[in-house]
Design a protein around this ligand. Structure first.
Ligand code: AMP
Length: 179
């Protein structure tokens, strides 16, 4: 018999839709709009993302644009933390810091407001999915440049074959589903 946790994982996996060759050939895109559209899955996902960190006294949840915003504020609320968005270039209106990271072809950048994190803040970095780990690592650098301490990472889906976990090199990486 499956444990309650295994049943939850099985259910969440069943409501995530995989779209082949989106946005380009060879990518198996994990579409979470079907998960968001399911009342039970929405609640279970928020609970599954928050529960590993209930005892950690996190100060800030950092969510990555854009799907990291969907659950990020809910997680922050449950953990009695604040929420900070990490955004794509040109979106944040006040003074920013920026990190550039490598993509398969070319580079990309992520930005954060300079005053978003205070020295010593305990931070959890959240996104819907970790693939290569490049964007989560860039977010880590932004947090650390402002004096924050990353106490862990939180993802709904981890594509383990891309080894993002190794890139982050942290002992606290909590993924609801490891595929
Ligand atoms: P990475 O920086 O390589 O870890 O990529 C993670 C980011 O890209 C996340 O914001 C994901 O939403 C998005 N992403 C990468 N691969 C996929 C995929 N197969 N399905 C859905 N989103 C993806």
């Amino acid at each position: 018999m499956l444990s309650e946790e295994e049943n939850i994982k099985k259910y969440l996996e069943s409501v995530i839709r995989t779209i082949p060759d989106f946005p380009k050939p060879g990518i198996q895109f994990k579409d979470i709009t079907t998960l968001l559209g399911d009342k039970k899955a929405l609640k279970l996902t928020t609970e599954s993302l928050s529960s590993p960190y209930l005892e950690d006294q996190c100060d800030v949840v950092v969510g990555l644009e854009s799907r990291g915003f969907l659950f990020g504020t809910n997680i922050a609320e449950i953990l009695s933390a604040s929420f900070v968005p990490v955004r794509k270039p040109g979106k944040l209106p006040s003074e920013i810091i920026s990190e550039t990271y490598e993509l398969e072809y070319g580079t990309d950048s992520l930005e954060m407001h300079k005053d978003a994190i205070k020295k010593g803040d305990k931070v959890i970095i959240h996104d819907d999915l970790i693939a290569t780990g490049g964007s989560a690592l860039a977010a880590t650098k932004l947090v650390e440049r402002l004096g924050g301490v990353v106490i862990g990472y939180s993802f709904i889906i981890e594509l383990s074959f891309l080894n993002g976990r190794k890139k982050l090199n942290h002992d606290r990486i909590e993924s609801v589903l490891i595929i």
